[in-house]
Each structure stands twice: as C-alpha cells, then as structure tokens.
Design a protein around this ligand. Sequence first.
Ligand code: URA
Length: 212
Amino acid sequence: MRRSLRSAASFLPSKLTLPTLRNAAASCTGCDLYKTATQTVFGEGPARATLLLIGEQPGDQEDVAGHPFVGPAGRVLDKALEEAGIARSDVYVTNAVKHFKWEPQGTRRKHKKPSAAEVAACRPWLEAEIQVLEPRAILCLGVTAAQSVFGKSVRVNELRGRPLPAPLGKTVFVTTHPSAILRGPDPAQREEDYRHFVGDLRLIAEYLQQRR
Ligand code: URA
C-alpha cells in the first residue's frame, strides 16, 4: 500500500495573514522534524516587505531563539545586506523548512540537510507567506531554498546573478547561502565568495529600485 505524503497543508489556517500563519505553524506536525526541534521558527519581517528572502532551515541558535538568521550565518547576511544598501528591517526573512534538523555530534547538535520530502512537506507555509506578502522579488539563499521555490533540484551557480521568472509567479533571484561562505577553505576564498554574495544582493537592490 502507498503511504500518503506528509505535508503541512492541513495545518494552514482558513484566514491567511502573517499572524494567523505564525500561530498555526507553531503547532505544525506535518513532518517529523518537530519532534527533535525546540520550536517552529517562522518567517519575520514587515508585511509591506518588497523582498522575501528564503534560507534553508533554522540553525542551532535560531532553533533556541525562535527567530530566523540570528546565528553566524545571520551575521554574514546582515553585514552583506547593509553593504548592498538593503535594510534587513525592510526584508521578510524566512526558511524553506521551519524546524531545525540536526544529528548529535559529541555534545553538539550538527546541522543536517533536510530531505526533499521534508522540503516539500513544509512548502505550504512558504507558499502561504508568498501569497500574503506578495513580494516584488524573492531571493533564494542556497540550493534548498531554490529547490523549494522551483520544485526541483537546481544548481545555484547556473542561476545566480540574474532575475528569473518563477513558478510561484514572482521574480526570483538565487545566490549562495551565507553558511557556504563561512565554510570556505581559507580567508581568501571566503572573502571572494562574500564579495560575490554582496554583488548578487546589489543586483537585487538595483532591480527593486527600478521598480519602486
Ligand atoms: N541558516 C538558514 O538557512 N536559516 C537560518 O535561519 C539560519 C541559518
């Protein structure tokens, strides 16, 4: 017998607003990740945001704090947004997967990449956030976010650096994930990757400026 696919769809509230979504997502059990995470980390930012930024999943610090991108990757993101002239307070920041997936490594909780099934299970939350926000542009940070938005696996380096028409009806940009910059093998590589990242963000800032 075929097992039915797990999904967040049945947890969506009947009236879609950012507060009703956040409230409903807090008790989502649409996949198994809620079992080992501290809490749902829902998206944050103003309802008037013109840019929606999507990461992969909350990290260890985000899981504890309950807010997206507040750990090391968030610090890289904040610095790069500032350099690109984008105020984080003007951006809605969320993740493709709303619970932290991890495996034990000694006393640490080591990040584990969410599976395609987990990304798909969590997608109704992302779709609802897009529907409510109606952003002018979406930025996918890394391959998991892009996989959620495009509904298939993609290569970041083939897609970055230009606006793309998206299946969800919005213009989408794809760039690297700030954690990938932090994992660079040496300072020179990390600096090069960071500059490339800021360049991608500047492109989005220009795109949004031209469409104000
Ligand atoms: N990495 C992500 O993709 N999202 C976060 O919220 C934090 C780290």
